[in-house]
Ligand binder design. Sequence first.
Ligand SMILES: Nc1nc2c(c(=O)[nH]1)N[C@H]1C(S)=C(S)[C@@H](COP(=O)(O)O)O[C@H]1N2
Ligand SMILES: [Mo]
Length: 341
Amino acid sequence: MNRKFIRGIRRKHPWDIAENEVTPEAVFRDRRRITAMLGLGALSASLPGYVQAGIFDLFGEDQPLFATRALNFTVNSHYQTAEQQTPYDKVIRHNNFYEFGTGKQDPFENAQKLKVNPWQLNIEGLVDKPLTLDYDDLYKLIPLEQRIYRLRCVEAWSMVIPWVGFPLAALLKKVGVSSKASHVAFETLFDPEQMPGQRNPLMGGGIHYPYVEGLRLDEAMNELTFLAVGLYDQTLSPQSGAPIRLVVPWKYGFKSIKSVVRIRLVDKEPPNSWHQLVPHEYGFYANVNPEVDHPRWSQASERRIAAGGLFNAKRIATLPFNGYGEQVAAMYQGMDLRKYF
Ligand SMILES: Nc1nc2c(c(=O)[nH]1)N[C@H]1C(S)=C(S)[C@@H](COP(=O)(O)O)O[C@H]1N2
Ligand SMILES: [Mo]
């Protein structure tokens, strides 16, 4: 069975993402369940052929999962939600991380061996005291807290994720931001030996690596802007951006850059990878906005991936700034958000 076919519709261009591109394999929670299922002859026989092929694909890989460990953190009561959280299992099996392939399950399949220790995160540029954080510092320098945020991908799916980490502002305070700085630039690890999408342009979706992102300084200092080192109570898996990734909950997911190695304070708007690749479809600001459609699809609603399988993900209305207007709308007063999309 052709794996590309299992994943769904083939694209003309890597960036032509079919909104209904979901993975039947994701129905299967874990190996134990798969084994149980295969034991139940009648049930597995009743599954469609492409799903059965998916089962054997999973078995065929038979690779150990990346080892995460439990984190200590406090729960920040200001950032909770009554919404149903996306199960851990889906958070780590349905990802965008083009360094490991463009399919939603590719990062799960291809990222398990990423080496994250040792790691170095450099904070540099227009700062008073440049800082290099080693792997252990990521978990120690600033007290860890849990925050539950919505994550809204530009492809019109969303999740609700309990992150563990610290505000970016707390880190920027440690280095002292120079008065000349106006923006913050972020960069993902560049390591083609470990990241197949970086050595194979087809697999990497045409993105010019390293993946880069940027924020205006006031956005970077906003209370919501978060650096995550974990989700649920565990350290991040590679597919989620281990060991440290940005989370900007009022913007489309592509701003939330993974596996960050460099944070640079600069004096002009930095480039961002999706804008570089398709400038008329992806802007620098990328604020979630139900009134500004993507040129090829509506942004008025989204499929919320929660419990119950990707296929019955509920379609719900998309909220301006992903529901975080109270905390962020003031930053954009007087700006034409159709022009600065
Ligand atoms: N380095 C890097 N960061 C990335 C991406 C990527 O391809 N490479 N994809 C982005 C996109 S499009 C989304 S929606 C989110 C997805 O985060 P998740 O897989 O943890 O849900 O990661 C973002 N960060
Ligand atoms: Mo995305």
